[in-house]
Structures are given as C-alpha cells and as structure tokens.
Design a protein around this ligand. Structure first.
Ligand code: GCO
Length: 255
C-alpha cells in the first residue's frame, strides 16, 4: 500500500446520494484514490446500476440503500455495517434536493422537506458515523454546501437556509469532534452541470447569468469537485477542520 498524502487505500467511504450527480462524481474520485465505496441512494435499482458501472470500471463499490430522512433506516444501515466489521472512515453528506418557489407561495411542508433532506440528514448520518469514529480516534466528514451556504438567491429559501446550516453544522461538528481526531469540513460547489440544475442550464437567461457572473465564465463539471474531496478525505487535511472550500470558478469572490 502506498503511503502518499492523498492515498485512500484501506479507507471506506460512505457517500450519500451517490448513484448520480455530484455524489457519484465524488464517489468515483474517492474510489480512484483507493477508497472502498459504499454507494447510497433511495432505490435499489438506481444504486445497483451505479454500483455495477463502478465495479466494471474497477472500483471497489457496494450499495447501501436508505432514504436520508429515514432515521430508523439509517441506524439499521450503520448497524448492518457494524455487524460486518465495516467501519466508515470517510462520510460524505451529499444527498440533496432543490425546490424552487417564491417564499410567499411556499408551503411549510415543502420548506420542511428541503430542510430534512439537505440539513437534518447530515446531522443524523454524521452523528451515527461519529459515534463509531470517536472510539477509533479518527474520521473524515465532508458536508456538501453550496454558494448558498454564504449568499441567498431568490426562489430557493429553504435550500439556502439548509446550506447555510451545513456551513455551521460543519463548525459544530468541529467544535465537538475535532478532539477525537475527526476532521469535518465542507465543499461549496458553484453552479454545476447536474440533473438537479437541468432547468437552470436549459434556461438561456440563467445560463448567460451563470457564465457572466462566474469569473471562470462557465459552469462547473461534477468531476471538478474530486480534487477537493480527495484532499478533505485524506491525511493531507489532518489539521484542516471546520472549513468550507468553495469550488465555484470564483463566483463567491466577486460582485
Ligand atoms: C439553484 C441551484 C443551486 C445551485 C448551487 C450553487 O437553484 O440556485 O439549483 O443548487 O446550483 O447550490 O452553489
């Protein structure tokens, strides 16, 4: 086994929402860096398809199906891993949804759903992971934030509040868990070419706004998160805690 700073050989990574989108790109990147992958999604069909493709490209992957808002299912998934002596060394809280509506028209149930999937899940899954990382004295938690961890955009209030919460949840995890050798950090992706953003990508005005507003003058590609994810998952970041690293083509730096 190589001992380079960014090598993830011998580590197991659970990535929520990793059958597609940013989670999948991050998972494949961690896998290429040597990690054993636990691929999560809500449907067996979707997870199995992603796992099969990853395995056929040589990655060590298996599926763990649960809904990130189902606490009982989360706890039993962790218990099932315990029973097989599989320790989660790296947790990526990636699962997320978007729901765009002006606040005056927004139902409370839709607000709650977005908060539950994007924020509360990271607490619950983070807690289950940390309960097991603490006795081992090490662990890496990577929470996926957003530009909206720092700034608001009209029509996405619950998402903005959840992602702002992700930034401070990362700091709260650091306050309590850094002493146990757990490094919790976040990645704040900019506007990325994903299914979730399809409506925005296909909207010529929005597309022009993103390209005009981003110093790099383009959307980001999911695989462009990999370098930061590998860094935060590896021993290269062992004294980096509570940070959010924006991978955004510079968007958050400018007016
Ligand atoms: C939106 C998008 C967001 C952004 C992302 C930027 O509606 O604003 O769907 O998801 O792409 O969060 O960081």
């Amino acid at each position: 086994m190589s001992t380079t700073l960014f090598d993830l050989s011998g580590r197991t990574a659970l990535i929520t929402g990793s059958s597609r989108g940013l989670g999948r790109a991050i998972a494949e990147g961690l896998g290429r860096a040597g990690a054993r992958l636990l691929i999560n999604g809500t449907t067996t069909v979707g997870v199995n398809a992603a796992v099969a493709e990853m395995q056929s490209s040589g990655l060590n992957a298996e599926g763990v199906v649960f809904n990130v808002t189902d606490e009982a299912a989360i706890v039993s998934a962790f218990n099932a891993l315990d029973a097989r002596d599989i320790a989660v060394d790296i947790l990526v809280n990636n699962a997320g949804i978007q729901f765009r509506k002006p606040m005056v028209d927004l139902d409370t149930a839709d607000w709650q759903r977005v908060i539950d999937v994007n924020l509360t899940s990271a607490f619950v899954i983070g807690r289950e992971a940390a309960r097991r990382m603490i006795p081992r004295g090490h662990g890496k938690i990577i929470n996926i934030g957003s530009l909206t961890s720092a700034l608001a955009r009209a029509t996405v209030a619950p998402y903005t509040v959840a992602k702002g919460g992700i930034k401070l949840l990362t700091q709260a995890m650091t306050a309590e868990w850094a002493i146990h050798g757990i490094q919790a950090n976040a990645i704040g992706p900019g506007y990325m070419l994903t299914d979730m953003n399809e409506a925005l990508i296909n909207n010529p005005d929005f597309d022009a706004w993103v390209k005009g507003r981003t110093p790099a003058k383009r959307w980001g590609k999911p695989e462009e998160l990999v370098g930061t994810a590998v860094f935060l998952a590896s021993s290269a970041s062992n004294y980096v805690s509570g940070q959010i690293i924006y991978v955004d083509g510079g968007m958050i730096s400018v007016l």
